[in-house]
Design a binder for this molecule. Sequence first.
Ligand code: ASP
Length: 440
Amino acid sequence: MALKVCKFGGTSMADGHTMTKVKNIVLSDPDRRYVVVSAPGKRFSGDIKVTDLLYKCYSELMEHGDCKLAFAAVRKRFEGIVRELGLDFDMASVLDKTEARIDSERSEEFTASRGEYLAAVVMAQLLGAQFIDAEDVIFFDENGAFEDKKSYAAIAAATEGVKLAVIPGFYGRGADGKIKTFSRGGSDISGAIVARAVGASVYENWTDVSGFLACDPRIVDSPKRIKSLSYKELRELSYMGANVLHSESIFPVRKANIPILIKNTFRPEDEGTSILPIAQYKPSGNIVTGIAGKKNFTVIFIEKSHMNSEVGFVRKVLSVLERYGVSVEHIPSGIDTMSVVVESDSLDNFKLEQILESIKAEVEPDFMRVSENIALIATVGHGMSSSVGTSARLFKALADAGVNVKMIDQGSSELNIIVAVKNEDMEKCIAAIYREFFGN
Ligand code: ASP
């Protein structure tokens, strides 16, 4: 029998009207048995997400000893939702207890997690489903890493024989007994964890878009929708900024070959995008699956004659970055040259100076140069490795568009070609690649 885990994002949970849509989606298919929810998101542009209101509560708590003012806005949101839904239960007392626990726990992660907690309490009432608290089933170890086996066992035990349950996303419990959250957008990860734990046949991720597009619609007008992509392609695209789904959320499901289906709560009839393990993945016939870009990288270019024959050269350079706690994104290299690409946010001027000095001392390069304000653009697709001339087409398209390419890195997975350009050329570059491989 099919078993579906569905995760609903913030816009699906924004108010009573959208939550009713969620209810209809869940109840329309008896296979949809475990529901993971985010905190209510924005109802209109300029609105504030409940999670952001809660971070404000924590600041107020730290400054004034309580968070009465900021929590009043959270209270109003949830009271409004319960009223709109016509639910008959004592939300006021749930809210009172939550506020009191925020005051006593005095923890930022606890406070931030309450949006998901309250949303799940309401959704469980609306669906007539059992509420399973994430703090009882999702665990982190003393280093803050997710504890998979313990969590999977707890979720499997808590859901055993349960027909319909709602579980809040985004948080779990740390080894110290305190609430811990994933990074922002982490309810996607919670959904994947639940899907893995219950052995779901599919992990449905309900958002406010009808799946992944071949590139950012702010750059190209109505780009094509991607019908299906592999876990690997998703990982490359979402790391590079395609942010429909949290990039960490594939790990739990990938190991168990559970497909992810991205669906739109506001257009449930749309087919969406399937993210599949390679064994189930059917090539679309397109050479390129998608294009994504990310700005603000710094490239350190190093040149030294006979670099290739100097044992330990790359290691010495990388160990400098490691010493300064800077993680390296890419290392394209030639015979006498290598570049190290890092996120600019991980450096400040002072740190950069120190890193350059240390590299000089360590490997005595002939020449070094730093380029800042660099964007990386990844063109991703399994079809690329088997079709001759793909890079030639890509670079010709960029040359025709007058884009100056600063660096090229063809990933060793043969799944992507990454080009580095100036920040201000990123949009032009993506549009040119899109036109070349998808037409207008
Ligand atoms: N509510 C959290 C956030 O805003 C987590 C989530 O939505 O997935 O980041």
